[in-house]
Design a protein around this ligand. Sequence first.
Ligand code: UD1
Length: 427
Amino acid sequence: MTTQRARGPRYVVQGGTVLRGAVRISGAKNAALAQMCASLLTGEDVVLTNVPAISDVDTLGELLTSIGASIERSPNGRLRLNARGVNVFDAPTELITENRASFQIMGPLLTRHGFASSSPPGGDVIGQRPIDVHLGGFQAMGAKVSRQGERFVAEAPGGPGSLHGARVFMDYPSVSGTQNVMMAATLARGHSTIVNAATEPEVQELCHLLNAMGARISGIGSQMLEIEGVPELHGAEIAVMPDRIEAGTFAIAAVMTGGDLELQAAPVAVMDALLAKLRATGATIEACEGGLRVARHGAIHATSFQALPYPGLATDLHAPMAALLTQATGVSIIHERVFDNRMLYVGELRKMGAEIVSTGSSAIVSGPTQLHGAHVRALDVRAGAAVLLAALVAQGQTVIDEVYHLDRGYEHLDDKLRALGVQIERA
Ligand code: UD1
């Protein structure tokens, strides 16, 4: 698979276009993936609309189908999931290791069927991504968790529906950990409290779907989630929220190229940290009907930031912001506080002429630099976004290999950029 991918599609981008026009923001990858996993909690239909056409959704769909769920996809982003036929509780390794979100099938399978087993999940190589928070939560609710060879096995000794409510303290407010443990708690007997829960908007959206399915979750959006277990959940329908990371990436593109973009359906209410930073760089940002307008006319000012859990600036926007700051006048300092190895993009941006040095989890960007086209790689989904943004302002042509990483998280990215005037080919 790796060899096939290495030969896979690449982007060829001509730099120098000023982005103008309107772009519609797609459904959020991380919200959709967790909501797809939630469908395992009931035998009734769960319908998601506004699901993005990205490869992470395809891969998770394949995984769900492989364990017996049925999925019907309409071309307009409507997904009907039904888990009545689920009869495999050992997740196939080749699918679970494709992305990180897949591990969130564990909580639903464990709580509803009493058993789940999986290899450690995959995902971007952006640091150590342990799963102790997930497993600790399952254990607190009475599950026996063991390691059998490469696999983690979680078992509810009393069988299906026998987990009990618990007070779970999360060592770190892990997004997928909170979601996994919360889904397990919805069908546990009694009351659960998750202390130090992640507050990300995608976690909140999962709570809304679960409550629409009959769960009893309160404290949504706070670091303390209260979950009253119920004997069963039922079907529900929900629209996937728009992707704040995709919206952020296009907002950065507008600022970087000195353009003017309308981001239709951008989830403005959950983008404060990014918008504050973009304003600090000199961008003009206005809410417009059903979205956001982002433009930049003068110079870009240097600004420093930390990537933090929500409501701080999202770690998924760290690399795209670093690409922007190569165009800012002065020195910007970046601290990554979420992942311990998010600096993969630095080497690629340096190939394009960026002046960035990284030490551990920090980076210092000096600018402005005239970037030049180069042959670079999309090393993960967001590092890929960073080199693509850099390619927009680089002199000449940039070839970006391994764009399958971008396909994991950005819907029709080249089409959207082309519609805004960018010369980009998928080769
Ligand atoms: C999710 C998002 C990802 C985003 C990240 C942080 C999905 C599919 N992915 O990833 O895009 O970058 O949130 O906003 O939703 N940790 C532990 N123990 C655990 C789990 C995590 O220590 O059991 C640590 C990790 O090492 C990392 C930090 O928590 O340092 C954040 O990880 P986490 O919030 O779990 O990220 P994901 O849910 O994997």
